[in-house]
Each structure stands twice: as structure tokens, then as C-alpha cells.
Design a protein around this ligand. Structure first.
Ligand code: SF4
Length: 164
């Protein structure tokens, strides 16, 4: 993540910075809906909820949140209404709560494999491959540029050496 000030972000900036994640959720909803149409709605609702919970449980411990420099604009989306609890650290809260995001990444591939096993089609396989490329390669690659220059030393995703 960048530590450049982003408090001048507008709605378009936020949309652009979160575009890949939105694409992943849309692909995930399509895959889920192929198994059971209401699952697409449930998947999207859970994805929205999980991001709000992440803002509430993890973001308040990140320096970018209080400084208003979150590259994803989560400080704007949440209006910085979430506050850290005393004694919490980013590392601890991230490890404790990151699981809330897991279903958004892993439900669609599980559903996709199930659908392939029960009724193979090349279109379905292509959809599953595109989802996996976006979720497990493109998104992590793109988040690397956000991590460059981040000063959060106790980040479990990309630990940094402590400068003495
Ligand atoms: S950089 Fe990540 S942890 Fe920090 S406020 Fe933004 S989304 Fe939350």
C-alpha cells in the first residue's frame, strides 16, 4: 500500500482501486448462482458484510485508516466510525479476524469444482479459471504495489525489517 495521502479520493478513485475485488465478487456470484440462484445473492450479501466487518475489526489498527491514507478508501467508505480497542495491534487483529474474508475467496471455487464434477462444461471451466486467476494471482499481484512504501512493520502479509 502506498503512504501517499489519499484523502482527496473521490468515488471513482475508490471504485478503480477496488475494481479487481468487485470483479472477483461478481464472478463468484455468477459461479455460486449457477449452483443455486439464491446463493448468488447470499454470496454478494456476505461479501459486503465481510468487508464491513474487516473495516470494523482490522482497519482501525492500521495507520492508514486513522491518517486517512488507505489506498482502498476504506476510511472514506466507513466514515472512520470504527475505533481501535486499547492494547490491540494490527498484526494480532489481522490474524484473528482475516478469516471473515475467506468465504469470499473460497466458496466460488468449491462450488465451481462441484459443478464441474456433476456436469462438466468448457464454459464453466473457463469461468472457474478466470475467477481463480483474478482471486489468487491478479489481486495479490496488484496489492503488492499498495504494500510498497507502507510503514506498517507488523503487517503479517508483508513483514518489514524494523529500522533502528
Ligand atoms: S490499508 Fe488495508 S487495513 Fe489499512 S485501512 Fe486500508 S483496507 Fe484497512
Amino acid at each position: 500500500m502506498s503512504n501517499q495521502p489519499t484523502f482527496q479520493m473521490n468515488a471513482w478513485d475508490i471504485l478503480r482501486e477496488n475494481a479487481l475485488q468487485i470483479v472477483m465478487y461478481v464472478l463468484g456470484a455468477i459461479l455460486s448462482g449457477l449452483a443455486w440462484p439464491p446463493l448468488a445473492i447470499l454470496y454478494l450479501a456476505y461479501s459486503l458484510l465481510s468487508n464491513v466487518l474487516y473495516m470494523a475489526w482490522v482497519c482501525p489498527y492500521c495507520g492508514h485508516y486513522s491518517l486517512g491514507t488507505c489506498p482502498a478508501g476504506f476510511h472514506i467508505l466507513s466514515a472512520r466510525r470504527f475505533k481501535p480497542k486499547p492494547g490491540g495491534t494490527f498484526s494480532r487483529e489481522f490474524r484473528r479476524n482475516v478469516a471473515v474474508m475467506v468465504p469470499g475467496w473460497f466458496l466460488p471455487p468449491i462450488v465451481g469444482v462441484y459443478l464441474l464434477l456433476t456436469g462438466f462444461s468448457w464454459g464453466l471451466l473457463a469461468l472457474l479459471v478466470v475467477f481463480c486467476v483474478v482471486a489468487f494471482w491478479w489481486l495479490p499481484e496488484s496489492s503488492k504495489k499498495h504494500c510498497e512504501g507502507c510503514e506498517t512493520v507488523d503487517c503479517p502479509r508483508r513483514p518489514k525489517p524494523i529500522k533502528l
